[in-house]
Ligand binder design. Structure first.
Ligand SMILES: [Zn+2]
Ligand SMILES: [Zn+2]
Length: 151
């Protein structure tokens, strides 16, 4: 399992060079397709499915998108959220105020519009796992109705 590397980026102002650097820092060779997929992930404020990605990037075929996402995941650049009916969703690890790569936040799945939201600023409690169980990755997902659907 990949060990996460600590980096600090300002994700709001990244140009192509920064994106290439981000890939390289994660041990990923920058290719044109990878940069396009990285940009799409970066522009999304919510976790997205592979279908969302392939709809958005028509120039890259599905298998290529899938391979790229797997590579990103292997290298600790994206993490995966398994959101019940919506299937697997992908999200970029971003730095937040807690420090680089300290991007552990719960997710909210709306049962009406089927969107998954990042609940940034909500702290996931530190759980005491039984001895001998090493946690590598995890996600915290709640189901409910989002403010927009409630209105
Ligand atoms: Zn909703
Ligand atoms: Zn998230």
């Amino acid at each position: 399992m990949h060990l996460r590397i600590e980096f600090s980026y300002n994700f709001a102002i990244m140009n192509n060079n920064d994106l290439e650097q981000l890939l390289q820092d994660h041990g990923i060779k920058a290719t044109a397709n990878r940069l396009i997929i990285l940009k799409a992930l970066m522009n999304s404020s919510r976790p997205i499915t592979m279908q969302d990605l392939t709809d958005e990037i028509e120039s890259i075929d599905k298998s290529n998108v899938f391979r790229t996402l797997s590579t990103f995941r292997e290298h600790g650049l994206v993490h995966v959220i398994e959101a019940c009916d919506e299937g697997v969703m992908y999200e970029l690890y971003r730095s937040d105020s807690n420090g680089p790569h300290n991007d552990i936040h719960p997710h909210f799945h709306c049962v009406v519009c089927h969107k998954v939201f990042c609940l940034k600023g909500v702290t996931v409690p530190k759980l005491n796992y039984p001895e001998g169980f090493d946690i590598l990755e995890g996600s915290f997902l709640v189901n409910g109705i989002c403010p927009e659907c409630k209105a």
